[in-house]
Design a protein around this ligand. Structure first.
Ligand SMILES: [Zn+2]
Length: 189
């Protein structure tokens, strides 16, 4: 399982899900450039990027996330919204991105797209979230991309198990089966 694709991700499945979404972001951005007749690699592209991240409510979240990926933060110098949690400009744009539009793909439960965008944002902004806050999103993302959405009851059951993990275990587990195996005999907190 540990091939080059895993990289910084907790599992190959997560790496593949992130890779698939990033490819979709690239496509969404290419379409926007084409719609606005803007050439790749130009100052116009950067200007369009700022226009998009400053007005996320006018665009699909994939376009907004793609724009963030193409801009550098004017305060910390890192890719916009990916800087340290202490960078106010990155934090501002990270929060503002959630105003972007989300449209469920065909044949998925309502809310699937919202779950994907939140999980994707959490997984790619690890320094902003604790291991316990991240693990559920990161374990779920591959299933969300496949079109699944847990019921509230399922999500609460998963959360109850995750709450029995140590922070180190939260970062180490690669599947919900592992979470279950680790926590089966532990008392509820
Ligand atoms: Zn920053």
């Amino acid at each position: 399982m540990l091939d080059g694709m895993v990289g910084t991700w907790r599992s190959l499945l997560l790496a593949q899900a992130i890779g698939q979404i990033e490819a979709e972001l690239d496509l969404a951005w290419a379409r926007l450039l084409s719609d606005f007749d803007v050439a790749h690699g130009t100052a116009d592209e950067t200007a369009l990027g700022w226009l998009v991240v400053d007005n996320p409510e006018e665009h699909d979240w994939r376009v907004v996330d793609a724009a963030l990926d193409r801009l550098s933060c004017t305060e910390c110098g890192v890719t916009l919204a990916r800087g340290p949690a202490t960078c106010r400009r990155c934090t501002y744009h990270h929060e503002l991105r959630f105003a972007a539009r989300e449209t469920d793909r065909p044949n998925v439960p309502p809310g699937n797209e919202h779950a994907i965008r939140v999980s994707f944002a959490v997984a790619r902004n690890r320094t902003r979230y604790s291991p316990r806050a991240r693990v559920g999103y990161e374990l779920l993302l591959p299933d969300l991309v496949a079109g699944f959405l847990p019921t509230t009851k399922q999500a609460q059951a998963a959360k109850a198990l995750i709450n029995k993990l140590t922070p180190e275990e939260c970062d180490r587990v690669t599947t919900f089966d592992e979470v279950e195996a680790l926590t089966r005999t532990r008392p509820a907190l």
